[in-house]
Design a protein around this ligand. Structure first.
Ligand code: NAI
Length: 327
């Protein structure tokens, strides 16, 4: 049997945590032969609630769960960790300005980035889920100068999965028949789901759909505003689907995609006109525990406009936290 790996989840007593932990412990993320030690981080007032969640984990008697750590100390939570899912973030409360939100999250992600830098495994895979996910990942990455930048990613997978599902519904095909989906940019309504390279059951998606107006005026906004639509319908933000996307993201990164494209928020190397150092949703393939950018795609005028708009938003977010980016 394999030696256990360490998986840190922050915000573990929250909504997403409640959908996520049980699936990690059951082997859905890293495989049914990979034991895991869960290292769970919460803020001090939520430790009692976390204890309840851990009691439920115990009650599942998961064969792969080799240990659970509960703490409010990032240096304990990230100690020797191999996989870090940064879910906990400060939600926007009433009357809170965007600037205050960036500031509050800046404080969280500088501290967690430093802790990762100091105590995590050197090949730790970090996924930032907590919003604003791209900018929080940027802050954590910049707070961890001793770790490779490729170790830091933000979650665009929920957007990617939403884009797949909406296209499958429209074309009457199965999601498994769709390849080469891309969602460019920020995890926000400005994201750009790009179906130009998609094939659906072997046919080009653009030709199959054959309805430019639907693509521009219905599909793109439906995918972009899906989070708000869930809140409207459920009275709560998406949690099970967000947890599912986090599982997909980490599983693909760790175990590989066999050539299939997936979307990850990654640190740009300057490709596609996205400035170096920005965390941006990009098409990648994964193999051998590493992600690799899909290169050489043609960017047409419509795509350029969309990609620049979501970049503009990310640049503004970055400028808002510039004082936290060090150097
Ligand atoms: P939640 O409010 O139910 O849970 C968040 C948990 O994080 C709480 O238990 C809280 O105590 C904890 N927390 C806050 N600050 C912390 C810190 N400094 N260290 C450790 N824990 C901390 O929220 P939910 O629904 O679980 O969502 C979590 C985050 O994920 C939110 O920021 C949400 O906007 C984001 N999200 C991102 C998505 C994406 O696609 N990237 C999709 C859906 C949600």
């Amino acid at each position: 049997t394999k030696a256990p790996v360490r998986v840190t989840v922050t915000g573990a007593a929250g909504q997403i945590g409640y959908s996520l932990l049980f699936r990690i412990a059951s082997g859905e993320m890293l495989g049914k032969d990979q034991p895991v030690i869960l290292q769970l981080l919460e803020i001090t007032p939520s430790l009692p609630a976390l204890k309840g969640v851990v009691m439920e984990l115990e009650d599942c008697a998961f064969p792969l769960l080799a240990g659970v750590v509960q703490t409010d100390d990032p240096n304990i939570a990230f100690k020797d960790t191999n996989y870090a899912l940064l879910v906990g973030a400060r939600p926007r409360s009433k009357g809170m300005e965007r600037k205050d939100l960036l500031e509050a999250n800046g404080a969280i992600f500088t501290v967690q980035g430093r802790a990762l830098n100091d105590v995590a495994a050197r090949d730790v895979k970090v996924l930032v889920v907590g919003n604003p996910a791209n900018t929080n990942a940027l802050i954590a990455m910049n707070s961890a100068p001793d770790l490779p930048r490729q170790n830091f990613t933000a979650m665009l997978r929920l957007d990617h999965n939403r884009a797949l599902s909406q296209l499958a519904t429209r074309t009457g095909k199965a999601v498994t028949e769709i390849e080469k989906m891309i969602v460019w940019g920020n995890h926000s309504p400005t994201m750009y789901p790009d179906i130009r390279f998609c094939s659906v059951a072997g046919q080009n998606a653009v030709g199959l759909v054959n309805d430019e107006a639907w693509y521009r005026d219905t599909y793109i906004p439906t995918v972009g505003k899906r989070g708000a639509a869930i809140i409207e319908a459920r009275g709560l933000s998406s949690a099970a689907s967000a947890a599912n996307a986090a599982i997909d993201h980490m599983r693909d990164w760790a175990l590989g995609t066999n050539g299939k494209w997936v979307t990850m928020g990654v640190c740009s190397d300057g490709s596609y006109g996205i400035p170096e150092g920005i965390i941006y949703g990009m098409p990648v393939t994964c193999a051998g525990g590493k992600w690799e950018l899909v290169k050489g795609l043609e960017i047409d005028a419509f795509s350029r406009e969309k990609m620049d708009a979501t970049l503009q938003e990310l640049t503004e977010e970055r400028d808002g936290v510039k004082h936290l980016l060090g150097k």
